[in-house]
Write a protein that binds this ligand. Structure first.
Ligand code: SAH
Length: 342
């Protein structure tokens, strides 16, 4: 057992089985041994690669999207660029690089990992760091971004067995981790035997906190992630290590742990907070509407390795790659703003 597994086993032995949300929270965020807290998981030598790490084109498109919003807002003298879960800081560095008004921007990062905060400091030295969106200043408009942030926030799983919903829990049997069940205790949609339904109260409360900031400060938020536009049944909990799926209950804290984002639930949480919701649209379509094909052609014409740019474009936009599985949703309280791409 690694140190996190030893901690988890002791916790379960003294407090009883934990739900999937508690399991994700500890596996990813335990202060010393959590997956994000102790290492840089990104890139070819790491466990997984995200859109901004594939190509600068991704950040350039989001930058162009942000610049359009800034102009629609009447080119405010100062603006906050907020990113939740910035990873290595690559996306924000690519965005800021292309903005003609970069000197008028204050960058704020919401990040829990000290290791990743250090990398982000190298990418964007002048940023300010926060534990949550609630402490972001609201005295100037905000453009808030999150790429693969929601999928890392915890969710809980329910299974329909013998005609009723039960919650999936992680238990201990001897010295090994095993799946268990307990009474659900919440109202859930009608199911049939074998169905799994996922509920993510932490994602929904994050969405409402983000919306509260947008309401106070003005501006727009955008969330990009893998997931589904319409709520449905299915077990989407996944562990990934070294670019391969891994068993969820093995090497805990040494594999990334995520689940697909239910954008219908996120949109409903935002609408309940009174926000206007745009999307979800598919990432491929979104990036194409923002002009990624023309940007790729331009970069290819200037590059010695046009093939690599073509490959990156396909990874970001093709249906059998990230183009369809990844969705984009935007949020605002501004009655006039028309965020591009939706
Ligand atoms: N946006 C980046 C990284 C995605 S990985 C990219 O696209 O490359 C998820 C990021 O969210 C990491 O930076 C992780 O440390 C951060 N994170 C996960 N849970 C968090 C939480 N509860 N609060 C703050 N940051 C969190």
């Amino acid at each position: 057992m690694n140190q996190l597994e030893t901690f988890l086993a002791a916790h379960i032995k003294s407090h009883g089985p934990i739900d999937v949300g508690q399991f994700m929270t500890m596996a990813l965020g335990h202060p010393q041994h959590g997956y994000y807290m102790k290492q840089d998981p990104f890139g070819r030598g790491g466990d997984f690669t995200t859109a901004p790490e594939i190509s600068q084109m991704f950040g350039e498109m989001i930058g162009a999207w942000a610049a359009d919003i800034w102009m629609q807002m009447g080119s405010p003298a100062r603006i906050s660029l907020v990113e939740c879960g910035p990873g290595r800081g690559t996306l924000m560095a690519d965005i800021v690089r292309i903005l003609p008004f970069k000197d008028q921007c204050d960058v704020h990062f919401v990040e829990m990992s000290p290791v990743l905060r250090e990398l982000q400091r190298k990418a964007v030295p002048k940023a300010t760091w926060h534990e949550s969106v609630e402490s972001i200043p609201d005295n100037q408009p905000v453009i808030l971004i999150g790429n693969e942030f929601l999928d890392a926030l915890p969710m809980r799983q329910y299974e329909f067995v013998n005609g009723t919903w039960a919650e999936r829990v992680v238990a201990i049997d001897g010295d090994g981790f095993v799946w268990g069940r307990r009474a659900a205790g919440v109202a859930l949609p009608a199911g049939k035997d074998g169905d799994v339904f996922e509920v993510a109260p932490v994602r929904e409360s994050f969405t409402q906190n983000m919306c509260a900031l947008l309401k106070r400060a003005g501006g727009v938020g955008i969330m990009i992630d893998y997931g589904h536009s319409v709520s449905g049944m299915g077990d989407t909990l996944q562990a990934v290590a070294k670019h391969k799926y891994a068993p969820v209950l093995e090497n805990i804290g040494d594999a990334d742990l995520t689940s697909h984002v239910d954008f219908e639930a996120i949109g409903a949480a935002a609408a309940q907070a009174g926000a206007k919701v745009l999307g979800a649209v598919e990432q491929g379509e979104f990036l194409q509407r923002l002009g990624i094909t023309a940007r790729a052609a331009y970069l290819a014409s200037k590059s010695k390795d046009a093939g690599a740019i073509e490959t990156a474009l396909k990874r970001l936009t093709d249906s059998d790659q990230m183009g369809t599985l990844f969705k984009v949703m935007a949020f605002t309280y501004d009655p006039v703003l028309q965020p591009a791409g939706f």
